[in-house]
Ligand binder design. Structure first.
Ligand SMILES: C[S@@+](CC[C@H](N)C(=O)[O-])C[C@H]1O[C@@H](n2cnc3c(N)ncnc32)[C@H](O)[C@@H]1O
Length: 279
Protein backbone atom coordinates (compact mmCIF):
# COMPACT_ATOMS: atom_id res chain seq x y z
CA UNK A 1 0.00 0.00 0.00
CA UNK A 2 1.53 3.32 -1.08
CA UNK A 3 1.18 6.22 1.34
CA UNK A 4 3.27 8.84 -0.50
CA UNK A 5 1.22 11.79 -1.80
CA UNK A 6 3.02 14.40 -3.85
CA UNK A 7 0.47 17.03 -2.77
CA UNK A 8 2.50 17.51 0.46
CA UNK A 9 5.64 18.31 -1.53
CA UNK A 10 4.49 20.02 -4.75
CA UNK A 11 6.57 23.01 -5.75
CA UNK A 12 9.39 22.35 -3.27
CA UNK A 13 13.08 22.86 -4.13
CA UNK A 14 13.29 19.36 -5.63
CA UNK A 15 10.33 20.03 -7.95
CA UNK A 16 11.97 23.27 -9.07
CA UNK A 17 15.11 21.55 -10.40
CA UNK A 18 13.14 18.58 -11.80
CA UNK A 19 10.64 20.76 -13.64
CA UNK A 20 13.23 23.30 -14.89
CA UNK A 21 15.14 20.42 -16.50
CA UNK A 22 11.97 18.67 -17.74
CA UNK A 23 10.98 21.82 -19.63
CA UNK A 24 14.46 22.11 -21.16
CA UNK A 25 14.36 18.47 -22.30
CA UNK A 26 10.91 18.78 -23.87
CA UNK A 27 11.63 22.11 -25.51
CA UNK A 28 14.80 20.65 -27.00
CA UNK A 29 12.79 17.75 -28.47
CA UNK A 30 10.27 20.29 -29.78
CA UNK A 31 12.90 22.14 -31.80
CA UNK A 32 12.55 19.64 -34.65
CA UNK A 33 9.19 19.24 -36.40
CA UNK A 34 9.38 15.44 -36.17
CA UNK A 35 7.03 14.11 -33.47
CA UNK A 36 8.23 13.00 -30.05
CA UNK A 37 6.81 10.77 -27.36
CA UNK A 38 7.03 11.50 -23.63
CA UNK A 39 6.50 8.84 -20.96
CA UNK A 40 6.10 9.75 -17.28
CA UNK A 41 6.35 6.53 -15.22
CA UNK A 42 5.34 8.17 -11.90
CA UNK A 43 2.92 10.91 -12.85
CA UNK A 44 1.31 11.92 -9.54
CA UNK A 45 -1.94 13.91 -9.48
CA UNK A 46 -1.02 16.24 -12.34
CA UNK A 47 -1.75 19.50 -10.54
CA UNK A 48 -1.81 20.66 -6.94
CA UNK A 49 -3.74 23.31 -5.00
CA UNK A 50 -1.17 25.23 -2.96
CA UNK A 51 -3.91 26.55 -0.67
CA UNK A 52 -5.04 23.00 0.25
CA UNK A 53 -4.48 21.44 3.68
CA UNK A 54 -1.98 19.03 2.13
CA UNK A 55 0.22 21.75 0.65
CA UNK A 56 -0.10 23.98 3.72
CA UNK A 57 0.84 21.20 6.17
CA UNK A 58 4.56 21.92 5.79
CA UNK A 59 4.34 24.65 3.11
CA UNK A 60 7.17 22.98 1.20
CA UNK A 61 6.39 25.12 -1.85
CA UNK A 62 7.76 28.05 0.16
CA UNK A 63 11.24 26.44 -0.15
CA UNK A 64 10.91 26.27 -3.93
CA UNK A 65 8.56 28.04 -6.33
CA UNK A 66 7.54 30.40 -3.50
CA UNK A 67 11.06 31.89 -3.47
CA UNK A 68 11.09 32.45 -7.24
CA UNK A 69 7.62 33.72 -7.98
CA UNK A 70 8.30 37.42 -7.37
CA UNK A 71 11.87 37.61 -8.65
CA UNK A 72 12.80 39.45 -11.82
CA UNK A 73 16.40 38.29 -12.17
CA UNK A 74 15.81 34.68 -13.14
CA UNK A 75 18.18 32.84 -15.51
CA UNK A 76 16.41 31.97 -18.80
CA UNK A 77 15.61 28.32 -17.99
CA UNK A 78 14.20 29.24 -14.55
CA UNK A 79 12.24 32.15 -16.06
CA UNK A 80 10.65 29.75 -18.56
CA UNK A 81 9.59 27.43 -15.72
CA UNK A 82 8.15 30.24 -13.59
CA UNK A 83 6.35 31.66 -16.63
CA UNK A 84 4.71 28.29 -17.29
CA UNK A 85 3.50 27.99 -13.68
CA UNK A 86 2.38 31.64 -13.59
CA UNK A 87 0.42 31.07 -16.77
CA UNK A 88 -1.69 28.49 -14.86
CA UNK A 89 -2.47 31.03 -12.13
CA UNK A 90 -4.09 34.42 -11.74
CA UNK A 91 -2.52 37.14 -9.60
CA UNK A 92 -1.89 34.80 -6.65
CA UNK A 93 -0.05 31.52 -6.87
CA UNK A 94 -2.52 28.86 -5.75
CA UNK A 95 -2.00 26.20 -8.40
CA UNK A 96 1.15 24.20 -9.12
CA UNK A 97 1.56 22.08 -12.22
CA UNK A 98 3.11 18.62 -11.88
CA UNK A 99 5.17 16.94 -14.58
CA UNK A 100 2.12 15.62 -16.54
CA UNK A 101 0.53 19.05 -16.95
CA UNK A 102 3.87 20.68 -17.70
CA UNK A 103 4.46 18.08 -20.43
CA UNK A 104 0.90 18.46 -21.74
CA UNK A 105 1.48 22.23 -22.15
CA UNK A 106 4.59 21.54 -24.24
CA UNK A 107 3.11 18.96 -26.63
CA UNK A 108 2.66 19.98 -30.23
CA UNK A 109 -0.20 18.43 -32.19
CA UNK A 110 2.10 15.66 -33.50
CA UNK A 111 3.40 14.55 -30.06
CA UNK A 112 2.14 11.97 -27.55
CA UNK A 113 2.25 11.68 -23.76
CA UNK A 114 1.86 8.48 -21.69
CA UNK A 115 1.29 8.71 -17.94
CA UNK A 116 1.46 5.97 -15.29
CA UNK A 117 0.16 6.38 -11.74
CA UNK A 118 -0.47 3.61 -9.20
CA UNK A 119 -2.29 5.48 -6.43
CA UNK A 120 -6.03 5.13 -6.97
CA UNK A 121 -6.90 8.63 -5.68
CA UNK A 122 -4.11 10.36 -7.57
CA UNK A 123 -4.86 8.55 -10.83
CA UNK A 124 -8.44 9.88 -10.70
CA UNK A 125 -7.19 13.41 -9.98
CA UNK A 126 -4.69 13.02 -12.82
CA UNK A 127 -7.33 11.88 -15.28
CA UNK A 128 -9.52 14.86 -14.37
CA UNK A 129 -6.58 17.31 -14.58
CA UNK A 130 -5.59 16.08 -18.05
CA UNK A 131 -9.16 16.31 -19.33
CA UNK A 132 -10.18 15.07 -22.77
CA UNK A 133 -6.99 15.00 -24.76
CA UNK A 134 -6.40 12.48 -27.54
CA UNK A 135 -2.65 12.99 -27.35
CA UNK A 136 -2.44 11.86 -23.73
CA UNK A 137 -3.06 8.40 -22.29
CA UNK A 138 -3.29 7.76 -18.54
CA UNK A 139 -2.64 4.26 -17.17
CA UNK A 140 -3.59 3.16 -13.65
CA UNK A 141 -0.59 0.82 -13.61
CA UNK A 142 2.98 0.28 -12.47
CA UNK A 143 5.16 2.52 -14.61
CA UNK A 144 8.41 0.81 -13.64
CA UNK A 145 7.14 -2.56 -14.86
CA UNK A 146 4.94 -1.56 -17.79
CA UNK A 147 6.39 1.49 -19.54
CA UNK A 148 9.18 -0.56 -21.09
CA UNK A 149 6.48 -2.15 -23.27
CA UNK A 150 5.94 1.19 -25.04
CA UNK A 151 9.54 1.22 -26.26
CA UNK A 152 10.77 1.91 -28.81
CA UNK A 153 8.06 4.46 -29.54
CA UNK A 154 6.86 4.77 -33.13
CA UNK A 155 8.25 8.34 -33.18
CA UNK A 156 11.79 7.03 -32.45
CA UNK A 157 12.37 10.27 -30.51
CA UNK A 158 11.40 10.81 -26.96
CA UNK A 159 11.85 11.27 -23.25
CA UNK A 160 11.15 8.94 -20.34
CA UNK A 161 10.83 10.62 -16.93
CA UNK A 162 11.24 8.25 -13.98
CA UNK A 163 10.25 10.02 -10.78
CA UNK A 164 9.60 7.55 -7.94
CA UNK A 165 9.02 8.57 -4.34
CA UNK A 166 11.60 5.96 -3.17
CA UNK A 167 9.06 4.93 -0.55
CA UNK A 168 10.19 1.38 -1.24
CA UNK A 169 13.93 1.00 -0.75
CA UNK A 170 13.91 -1.50 -3.66
CA UNK A 171 13.16 1.51 -5.92
CA UNK A 172 16.89 2.35 -5.87
CA UNK A 173 17.76 -0.91 -7.63
CA UNK A 174 14.53 -1.25 -9.62
CA UNK A 175 15.09 2.08 -11.39
CA UNK A 176 18.47 0.86 -12.64
CA UNK A 177 17.02 -2.45 -13.89
CA UNK A 178 14.22 -0.53 -15.61
CA UNK A 179 16.64 1.90 -17.25
CA UNK A 180 18.80 -0.97 -18.54
CA UNK A 181 15.75 -2.74 -20.00
CA UNK A 182 14.42 0.49 -21.55
CA UNK A 183 17.79 1.48 -22.97
CA UNK A 184 18.17 -1.95 -24.62
CA UNK A 185 14.93 -1.33 -26.54
CA UNK A 186 15.42 2.40 -27.20
CA UNK A 187 19.09 3.35 -26.95
CA UNK A 188 18.71 6.80 -28.54
CA UNK A 189 15.97 7.99 -26.17
CA UNK A 190 16.53 10.57 -23.47
CA UNK A 191 15.93 9.35 -19.91
CA UNK A 192 15.58 11.52 -16.80
CA UNK A 193 15.80 9.78 -13.43
CA UNK A 194 14.95 11.85 -10.36
CA UNK A 195 16.55 10.97 -7.00
CA UNK A 196 16.47 12.40 -3.46
CA UNK A 197 19.52 12.63 -1.19
CA UNK A 198 18.39 11.32 2.18
CA UNK A 199 21.23 8.96 2.96
CA UNK A 200 24.26 9.60 0.72
CA UNK A 201 25.36 5.94 0.67
CA UNK A 202 22.23 5.05 -1.31
CA UNK A 203 23.07 7.67 -3.93
CA UNK A 204 26.63 6.40 -4.24
CA UNK A 205 25.30 2.89 -4.85
CA UNK A 206 22.82 4.22 -7.44
CA UNK A 207 25.55 6.14 -9.27
CA UNK A 208 27.89 3.11 -9.20
CA UNK A 209 25.17 0.85 -10.57
CA UNK A 210 24.59 3.21 -13.49
CA UNK A 211 28.32 3.59 -14.11
CA UNK A 212 28.65 -0.19 -14.48
CA UNK A 213 25.37 -0.66 -16.40
CA UNK A 214 26.94 -0.46 -19.86
CA UNK A 215 24.84 2.63 -20.68
CA UNK A 216 26.85 5.55 -22.06
CA UNK A 217 26.39 9.32 -22.00
CA UNK A 218 25.05 9.85 -18.48
CA UNK A 219 25.09 13.25 -16.80
CA UNK A 220 24.09 14.17 -13.23
CA UNK A 221 22.69 17.50 -11.98
CA UNK A 222 22.12 17.97 -8.24
CA UNK A 223 20.99 20.81 -5.97
CA UNK A 224 21.57 20.63 -2.21
CA UNK A 225 19.90 23.23 0.00
CA UNK A 226 21.85 22.03 3.07
CA UNK A 227 24.80 19.79 3.89
CA UNK A 228 24.30 16.01 3.76
CA UNK A 229 22.91 14.54 6.99
CA UNK A 230 21.27 11.28 8.00
CA UNK A 231 18.87 13.08 10.34
CA UNK A 232 16.70 15.65 8.62
CA UNK A 233 15.10 14.02 5.58
CA UNK A 234 15.82 15.22 2.06
CA UNK A 235 18.52 17.89 1.86
CA UNK A 236 19.36 17.57 -1.83
CA UNK A 237 17.96 16.04 -4.98
CA UNK A 238 18.95 15.66 -8.55
CA UNK A 239 18.30 14.30 -11.99
CA UNK A 240 20.43 11.77 -13.81
CA UNK A 241 20.05 12.22 -17.55
CA UNK A 242 20.92 9.63 -20.17
CA UNK A 243 21.51 11.15 -23.62
CA UNK A 244 21.04 14.77 -22.52
CA UNK A 245 20.75 17.53 -25.12
CA UNK A 246 24.24 18.90 -25.77
CA UNK A 247 23.07 22.31 -24.53
CA UNK A 248 21.97 21.14 -21.06
CA UNK A 249 25.27 21.12 -19.15
CA UNK A 250 26.11 24.68 -20.17
CA UNK A 251 22.63 25.84 -19.13
CA UNK A 252 22.91 24.11 -15.78
CA UNK A 253 26.30 25.71 -15.19
CA UNK A 254 24.38 29.00 -14.98
CA UNK A 255 21.17 27.72 -13.41
CA UNK A 256 22.53 25.58 -10.55
CA UNK A 257 24.79 28.18 -8.85
CA UNK A 258 21.92 30.65 -9.15
CA UNK A 259 19.51 28.17 -7.51
CA UNK A 260 22.04 27.53 -4.72
CA UNK A 261 21.90 31.25 -3.88
CA UNK A 262 18.15 31.55 -4.35
CA UNK A 263 17.01 28.36 -2.57
CA UNK A 264 19.92 27.36 -0.30
CA UNK A 265 19.30 27.33 3.45
CA UNK A 266 22.80 28.49 4.35
CA UNK A 267 26.44 28.53 3.23
CA UNK A 268 26.47 24.72 3.07
CA UNK A 269 24.11 24.70 0.06
CA UNK A 270 25.80 23.22 -3.00
CA UNK A 271 25.39 21.84 -6.50
CA UNK A 272 26.96 19.03 -8.45
CA UNK A 273 27.34 18.66 -12.21
CA UNK A 274 29.00 15.36 -12.90
CA UNK A 275 29.54 13.15 -15.93
CA UNK A 276 28.75 9.63 -14.67
CA UNK A 277 29.59 8.01 -18.02
CA UNK A 278 31.11 9.72 -21.06
CA UNK A 279 29.46 9.59 -24.52
C1 LIG B 1 7.23 11.95 -6.80
S1 LIG B 1 5.58 11.58 -7.21
C2 LIG B 1 5.42 12.08 -8.88
C3 LIG B 1 5.49 13.55 -9.15
C4 LIG B 1 5.34 13.95 -10.59
N1 LIG B 1 6.21 13.18 -11.47
C5 LIG B 1 5.64 15.41 -10.77
O1 LIG B 1 6.81 15.79 -11.00
O2 LIG B 1 4.70 16.21 -10.70
C6 LIG B 1 5.61 9.83 -7.37
C7 LIG B 1 4.26 9.22 -7.75
O3 LIG B 1 4.48 7.89 -8.19
C8 LIG B 1 3.41 7.06 -7.76
N2 LIG B 1 3.95 5.69 -7.82
C9 LIG B 1 4.73 5.03 -6.91
N3 LIG B 1 5.15 3.86 -7.43
C10 LIG B 1 4.67 3.80 -8.70
C11 LIG B 1 4.80 2.87 -9.76
N4 LIG B 1 5.53 1.74 -9.60
N5 LIG B 1 4.19 3.10 -10.94
C12 LIG B 1 3.44 4.24 -11.10
N6 LIG B 1 3.28 5.18 -10.13
C13 LIG B 1 3.89 4.96 -8.95
C14 LIG B 1 3.06 7.60 -6.39
O4 LIG B 1 1.72 7.28 -6.06
C15 LIG B 1 3.27 9.12 -6.61
O5 LIG B 1 2.06 9.74 -6.99
Amino acid sequence: MLSYRHSFHAGNFADVLKHVILIQLLEYLGKKDAPFCCIDTHAGAGEYALDSDYALKNSEFATGIGKLWQRHDLPDAVARYVQLIKHANHSEMTRYLGSPLIAQQLLRKQDRLFLYELHSTDVDLLTAAIGRDKQVKVFHADGLKNAVGLLPPQERRGLVLIDPSYELKTDYTEVVNTLIAMHKRFATGTYALWYPVVERSRNKALENALQTSGIKNIQLFELGIAADTDEHGMTASGLIIINPPWTLTAQMQTVLPWLVDALGNDGAAFYRIHTLVEE
